[in-house]
Design a protein around this ligand. Sequence first.
Ligand SMILES: Nc1nc2c(ncn2[C@@H]2O[C@H](COP(=O)(O)OP(=O)(O)OP(=O)(O)O)[C@@H](O)[C@H]2O)c(=O)[nH]1
Ligand SMILES: [Mg+2]
Length: 327
Amino acid sequence: MDIEALAEGVLAGERRALARAITLIESGRADHRDAATQLMARLNAADHGREAMRIGLSGTPGVGKSTFIEAFGMMLTARGEAVGVLAVDPSSARSGGSILGDKTRMERLSREPAAFIRPSPAQSHLGGVARRTREAIALLEAAGFGAVLVETVGVGQSETVVAEMTDLFVLLLAPAGGDELQGVKRGIMEMADILLINKADGELQAAATRTCSDYAGALRLLRKRPQDPEGFPKAMTVSAMEETGLARVWDEMTELARWRRESGHWERRRAEQARHWFEAEVREGLLARLGREPVRGAMATLARQVEAGEITAAIAADTLLREYLGG
Ligand SMILES: Nc1nc2c(ncn2[C@@H]2O[C@H](COP(=O)(O)OP(=O)(O)OP(=O)(O)O)[C@@H](O)[C@H]2O)c(=O)[nH]1
Ligand SMILES: [Mg+2]
């Protein structure tokens, strides 16, 4: 495989090269993995200097994430921005399903030459989901995309994973029926930079406005974060269907990004994220070694000796670490 040619294709913004590069980083094959690592090193951001606005987007099933991304993406491409769309799908590893797989939902955006949509591959192993998405973001960035949207279904862990790899985290919410706030976990609220109450149209308009002010109130009660200028995190209403409020969302995002860049928070967050992923890779690498020979067999043997009372747990652990993991 010609890594250099592939890298040059990505840097030139060639769609076929980009698609091939993403397929490479998604592969579980060991030789592909080595090639992917080389490719990512060659496309190090410090060398090409390109930076996308990385936007994480989450929300419960049916809240309108895909509709929003399509409408928002169309608006951005009309403004001359190249838009990449990725998905983090924690469920696909189990069910074999795939979000964004249903292309008909983003029919217009997928025909847009300045947009690149990559559904999450089915049956990916969970541990690989985060790395794969991170690398896909970096590839889109290297290819010159100005905005990268990462969709995830709000079902728990995946929001945290997405927030750890994006610059801005947006939570999409539906208009509430009564006056109760939807069961949004506090931790998720605390991660959000922008709350969007979607479906602010037709009969739902009034409920959306009310829900928005409820959330604005809830946001004011959260602990102030150093990375926020006055007025953030912010709650706003939008209609993905009628495409209203979208330009304002982009304005707020660019304003927040400008402030964070000038105050140093932007760069600091990216640096912290890079460190986080380094540490996560080390942990995952160690865990993977535990599951492979010869460590696996040695561990089973030692476990039997511990069970039989021939050796203490502490000494067995120490032996394994020293003899097999160099520590
Ligand atoms: N009235 C109204 N309906 C909307 C709006 N946005 C989305 N919908 C509808 O809500 C339904 C779900 O929209 P999707 O965009 O598929 O929602 P999603 O969050 O991507 O759903 P999952 O991918 O299944 O998690 C569809 O029937 C949309 O037409 C909106 O702004 N207003
Ligand atoms: Mg969707």
